[in-house]
Design a protein around this ligand. Structure first.
Ligand code: HEM
Length: 428
């Protein structure tokens, strides 16, 4: 592969980690569908083109590479215009393959159906009440100091405790699970060092196998009990291991994504006192505010697909075996779809019209929970502070801010966010 391209290597250049929107704008200006020169993946960065790939339902694309894309490369040499059989024969060698997000076709539909009815309105309502108390307790811990490191002291705890609560995981276990979950592994040096295997959530296996087995023996009305006793449409029972895999994925999927949504939202607020004041006066607009945060800089930058049957994407040939970088960041900032996409606009028309949660068969199942968590967190934080500022000592002066992002090419994970604030007048 030639390496003299006019654009950086998305999968190894640390600068792209800091500026993904700029990278996708550069690629889109070349063409919304480009085969990049370093790894031969196809970068799809336009709204319509991304939508075309994500909503394709005829088996042209496989999600088997959804999380990591072209690195590591496919464990076989693609042959011919239809590689479905080859792919199926090698799935067990591919990273993340044990989890729903990498399933395809009927297997995916069948397993996804086991999860779709679990996040009920009633459970979300109960979770909202819990979240209010939880968020207030977390704010109590740092409020007097007037400072907070948002990712560790606040956002990460909110997302881990929220999903634990809605699933029915005991209070005691929640603390331990929080400890167990570290940052996602670096991807910037590919998969050579970290060797992400077929089941990167294996470290949670024993615990979640235990949860499912205990609830099969004695259901207690919580989400895990419903899952433990769920049946496929034909009435047959999935194995307990499979149910525990689904439980682990549900637990893991919304951790970093949701916590980084909260952190990115607080970053926007910290640089815009007028917006803070407006949202304090109009808390009913916090939902719209979060949608715009999700649009402009989404927590999942890219999902990946591999072409199973040779095709074209927006007229560009995509032979079987091509890995497609389906850029949610690119789609969400496409000037052909959004007026002035670089402007953060709370009043943007159709503010939910973005792809931060993907779309099509694999569209995010946890979006209602993620939205709820972030809404409660921001509502309470705004209500209990009168001014939130980005810490200049940590991130530099306005206009020269510095933030570090975790070295992953799939996720937009801010590492730390230090803020300072004044407590709200009535609580000061
Ligand atoms: C802001 C927070 C979140 C973001 C940005 C996000 C984003 C995404 C994206 C982009 C996908 C699609 C992957 C693909 O198309 O290949 C996805 C799938 C998924 N998400 Fe989320 N997610 C978030 C929170 C959550 C939460 C809280 C949960 C759990 C309650 C969750 C559970 C899932 C599941 C189970 C899937 C797999 C669906 C499937 O493959 O059929 N997510 N998410």
């Amino acid at each position: 592969m030639a390496h003299d391209a006019s654009y950086p290597d998305f999968y190894s250049d640390p600068h792209v980690i800091d500026t993904p929107r700029e990278y996708f704008a550069q690629m889109r200006a070349i063409n919304p569908v480009v085969r990049e020169a370093y790894h031969g993946s196809m970068i799809v960065s336009g709204y319509d083109e991304v939508s075309e790939v994500l909503t394709s339902r005829d088996g042209t694309f496989s999600s088997s590479v959804s999380v990591l894309g072209p690195l590591p490369p496919l464990p076989f040499e693609p042959e011919g215009d239809d590689i479905r059989e080859q792919l199926d024969a090698h799935r067990d060698l591919m990273p993340w393959t044990a989890h729903l997000v990498c399933f395809d076709g009927d297997k995916h539909t069948k397993h996804r159906a086991l999860l779709t009815s679990l996040l009920t309105f009633k459970r979300l309502k109960a979770n909202e009440a819990y979240l209010g108390e939880l968020v207030d307790k977390l704010i109590d811990e740092f409020q007097r100091s007037g400072t907070c490191e948002v990712v560790q002291q606040f956002a990460h705890k909110v997302s881990t405790y929220a999903i634990s609560d809605i699933m029915g995981i005991s209070m005691e276990d929640r603390f331990e699970l929080l400890e167990l979950l570290g940052a996602p592994p670096s991807q910037i040096d590919g998969d050579a060092v970290h060797k992400v295997g077929p089941d990167p959530l294996i470290f949670l296996k024993e615990r979640f196998d235990g949860y499912i087995l205990a609830r099969q023996a004695e259901p207690c009305g919580d989400l895990l009990s419903d899952l433990a006793n769920a049946r496929f449409k034909d009435g047959s029972a999935p194995s307990y291991e499979r149910l525990a895999e689904l439980a682990r994925f549900l637990f893991g999927a919304g951790q970093d994504t949701t916590s980084r949504l909260m952190a990115m939202a607080i970053r926007v607020l910290g640089d815009d006192l007028a917006l803070q004041d407006r949202l304090r006066r109009e808390p009913e607009r916090i939902g719209d505010f979060l949608e715009e945060v999700l649009r402009i800089d989404p927590p999942v930058k890219v999902v990946y697909r591999v072409v199973q049957k040779s095709t074209q994407i927006a007229g560009v040939p995509a032979p079987a075996g091509t890995v497609v970088n389906v850029s949610l960041t690119g789609a969400n900032n496409d000037p052909r779809h959004y007026a002035d996409p670089d402007r953060f606009d709370l009043d943007r028309q159709g503010v939910r019209d973005h792809m931060a949660f993907s779309r099509g068969a694999h569209g995010c199942l946890g979006a209602p929970l993620a939205r709820l968590e972030a809404k409660v967190a921001i509502e309470r934080l705004l209500a209990r502070t009168s001014q939130i500022r980005i810490s200049e000592a940590h991130h530099g002066a306005p206009g020269e801010r510095r933030y570090a992002f975790e070295p992953t090419y799939s996720f937009r994970n801010i590492q730390e966010l230090h803020i300072e604030f004044e407590p709200a007048v009535e609580l000061a």
